[in-house]
Design a binder for this molecule. Structure first.
Ligand code: HEC
Length: 436
């Protein structure tokens, strides 16, 4: 694995663009012969709208955090070039997993295929025509923003105080702690984070996590849930659940952006719980993996600064999710699995954009199965140059620390352990699926 030179996806996107441009130049009139599809045949109603419905409209709709609605041709047309560029660069939809590396199947993956990006590009380059209205798929039925996707929660924890987001505040990030008020240990079946009903426009994203004190005085807890418009909350598979302890403190990591109007928010996190006393068969764990507390050493003006961290899985494990955690200067992270037999496999690599904190949940039949003793190796790369658009000051050395102007490098990995026999069974089943 090497430091970022050129991301595979960017390269593909660039090649698609180049071939489109060259293609358009070569494709001089008269029009292409029957049977070949010329770029001018790509239309909004038939080719582009279905892509926007699948990958954009959850966010780009009235009342949401996205700056414009993309439901109709009239709304989309003025943004055509911006849409071509943001999709070609894979900045939109926000999904920074390198799609050609490691695990390929995720839950709620809105990312575009290379073909979809090429279709959008060809449509824009040919003049962004509407096409035949009869070709349009029916409008998407978008669930109300206020609806809890996990069902009515039994337990809700709110921000301790209402936050006021001024009409013209700069984007801001803050950590707020709230008391869960739980007086007994329980297991979580489903969890979802939601802004106040009129605050969807200003809550860019929220990451929630838990903290409690273990009997030995150590800190326990872990990652809970990520909110971004269009995310559905986490409903854990039957028989799996996550512990929340009596006295847990909940951290809300908020990112607010102003919308020209003062808005008040009291984001909350809702839980569905297993009945009191019930312990699910598989306890989901989310933990920091690969922290580089002492080794993070990011020199002023340096790019591609690498740091490494490790964690040994004590038991056979199914990994369910990956979220890079870095601050402003973080640019890319990979996690690989080094098995006791020497096999080394990259699980995922992802770009990191401080504007978004995205959790990548693996599809159940692609979630890595790793034997006891496997080392998870997390590699982070930071960019402390001015080419990082979030960098407030490339002239300063940066090390590990809690403030966002300090930096970090670790992955939140979510997983559960399995008894040996169940693990072996799952491995066999996986091999059978693969060989079909
Ligand atoms: C998870 C929510 C989400 C999804 C999904 C999403 N967007 Fe966005 N989009 C945003 C937000 C929020 C912004 C504002 C900039 C930012 O925060 O990155 C944005 C910005 C943009 C911009 C730049 C607007 C400007 O002011 O210049 C374009 C263009 C865009 N999105 C197009 C798309 C397209 C096309 C898709 C689907 C292929 C898509 N987006 C999917 C949330 C989303």
């Amino acid at each position: 694995m090497k430091a970022r030179q050129e991301r595979p996806d960017r390269r593909v996107a660039a090649r698609v663009l180049v071939s489109l441009v060259v293609g358009t130049m070569l494709m001089a009139p008269p029009a292409a012969s029957a049977g070949t599809q010329s770029a001018s045949e790509v239309t909004f109603t038939r080719d582009v709208l279905p892509i926007l419905q699948r990958a954009c409209q959850q966010c780009h709709r009235p009342g949401s955090v996205a700056p414009m609605s993309l439901l109709t041709y009239e709304e989309v047309r003025p943004w055509a070039r911006a849409i071509r560029d943001k999709t070609a660069q894979r900045e939109m939809p926000p999904w920074y997993i390198e799609r050609n590396v490691g695990v390929r199947a995720f839950k709620e993956d809105a990312s575009l295929t290379d073909d979809e990006i090429a279709t959008i590009g060809a449509w824009v380059d040919a003049g962004a025509s509407r096409g035949n209205p009869a070709d349009a798929p029916p409008p998407l039925e978008l669930a109300s923003l206020d609806e809890w996707r996990i069902g009515t929660p039994e337990w809700i924890v709110e921000l301790p105080e209402t936050q006021t987001i001024g009409a013209v505040d700069a984007d801001h990030w803050l950590d707020v702690w709230a008391d869960s008020r739980l007086t007994e240990d329980r297991y979580i079946k489903a969890v979802e984070t939601k802004p106040s009903p009129d605050a969807y426009r200003v809550v860019h994203h929220v990451a929630t996590s838990m903290r409690w004190e273990e009997e030995d005085g150590e800190e326990g807890g872990g990652f809970l849930n990520e909110y971004a418009m269009g995310k559905n909350g986490d409903i854990f598979p039957d028989g799996t659940g996550r512990l929340i302890k009596a006295g847990t403190q909940i951290r809300f990591n908020m990112h607010y952006s102003s919308v020209g109007e003062e808005i008040r928010d009291r984001t909350r996190v809702g839980f569905k719980l297993y009945p009191k006393g019930v312990v699910p068969d598989r306890v989901l764990i989310s933990r920091h993996v690969g922290d580089s507390f002492d080794t993070l050493d990011i020199k002023a003006g340096a790019d591609n600064v690498r740091s490494d961290g490790y964690y040994v899985l004590p038991e056979p494990t199914q990994v369910t999710g990956f979220q890079p955690h870095m601050h402003i200067r973080g640019e890319r992270m990979c996690v690989e699995a080094i098995q006791p037999n020497g096999t080394i496999e990259t699980l995922s690599c992802s770009g990191h954009n401080f504007g978004w904190h995205i959790v990548y949940n693996y599809a159940d039949d692609a979630a890595p199965l790793l034997p006891a003793g496997t080392i998870l190796h997390v590699i982070g790369w930071h960019n402390n140059t001015a080419s990082n658009r979030y960098n407030p000051d490339p002239k300063n050395w940066v090390g590990f620390g809690n403030r966002s102007i300090d930096d970090m490098s670790f992955a939140w990995m979510s997983f559960f352990h399995l008894p040996d026999d169940v693990f072996e069974q799952k491995l066999t089943e996986r091999k059978r699926l693969r060989s079909n």
